[in-house]
Write a protein that binds this ligand. Sequence first.
Ligand code: AMP
Length: 254
Amino acid sequence: MRIVLLGAPGSGKGTQSQRLAQVHGVPHISTGDLLRAAKDKGTPLGLAAKAAMDAGRLVADDIVLGMIRERLREPDVRRGFILDGFPRNLDQARALAQLLQQLGQPLDAVLLMEVPQEELVRRIAGRRTCRRCDRVFNIYTSPPSATEQCPKSGGPHELYQRPDDNEQTVKERLRVYDEKTRPLIEHYAKEGLLHRIAGMGELGAVTERLEAALRAGLQEARAQRAQPRPARRGSTTSSRGAKKTAGARKPLVR
Ligand code: AMP
C-alpha cells in the first residue's frame, strides 16, 4: 500500500501513521521526523531547515524533496509506505507524482483526517514525543500506560514537547496549512484519490475509519489499474487519474 495521510497539524497523522505502519508492516515516512533528526544532528540540511521549522513555516522544497527522494529509493519502500507531512504544497505533490511514476509505484490513496480547529489546538498543546523511540503520545487523550516501556531504552518513555508546539508557532503552522496545504484536498479529489475521515473521537475508532477508507482506496486503485487505458473508473464523486498534473511544469524531481 502506498498512501499519504493528509491533515492539519494536530489532526493525528503521526499517531495514526505509526499505528497503520505497525499493522501493515510498511515504513512510516514523516518529513517532520526526518527534518527534526537532521536538525538534532546538526547536519547542513538540518541547519538549513531550522529557521523555517522554528518559525512554523515550510522548509524549502529542494531540501524536503532531496530528502524524500533519497528515502523513497530505500529498499524497505518496495513493500509500500505511509507518507505523513508530505506533500505539503502543490509543487511537492507534483514532484511526488513524478518520482513515484519513475519508481513505478503510484499512490493508492490519500486519506484526509478532518478535525475542528479548536480540537487541533488542544491536541497540539497535549502532544509529547518519546525522545528515544519517537512515539507520539498525548497527555490528555493517549498518555503512555503506567507499565509501558520504551522499546529503545527498555525504561519508561522519555517524553518531551516539540519546540514548535508553542502557541505562537502553532498559529503560524495552522495558517500555513490553510494557505499552502489545504489546496491539496481539491487536487487529490480531482485525482480520485481522496478519502475523508472524521478524525474526532477515540484513537481506535479513528484507526478503524482509516482502515475502512484504505480498503476502499486499495480496491479502487486495483480496479483502476486493471482497466485498459484510456478507460477510467466511472464514479459519481471522483475521477481517478482524470486530471493531468505533471508535464507542463518544470520537473522538481530528477
Ligand atoms: P510536522 O512534524 O509534520 O508537523 O513538521 C514539522 C515542521 O517541519 C513543519 O512545521 C515544517 O517547518 C517542516 N516540514 C515538515 N514536512 C515538511 C514538508 N513536506 N515541506 C516543508 N516543510 C516541512
